[in-house]
Design a protein around this ligand. Sequence first.
Ligand SMILES: [Zn+2]
Length: 129
Amino acid sequence: MHELGIVVKVIEQVDAVAEEYKAEKILKVTMEVGEVSTIVPELFTDAFDWAKKRTRFAADAQLEMIIIEGRTYCQSCGETYKTTEFGKQCPHCGGSDTYLLTGDQVIIKDIAAVFGDEDDTQPQEGSRP
Ligand SMILES: [Zn+2]
């Protein structure tokens, strides 16, 4: 289960970000996970729930995963197609001179945190557009 290794790296990054921005705790971590990445979402969630308990800031954090569709580009005909259906062979021209455009990423998209030092939760006048 290599998800655990990835989760540990993600959690370390989240904890480092929390420390850098002086967050009190992390509420939610949003990940973008490509459907042709090597991640199994259920295993990733399990690993996250296990790993977060060992962190300083993310022990109660929720995990949200946005699954990104795999798209492959064909260099022979210039079309794109769904990777999970056709793999490396282009359904438009039958060529195999193809490469993956998107769908193998595993990235932290967003981190929601609570900041304890702010006495006033209202934004100050003029500080927001
Ligand atoms: Zn093609």
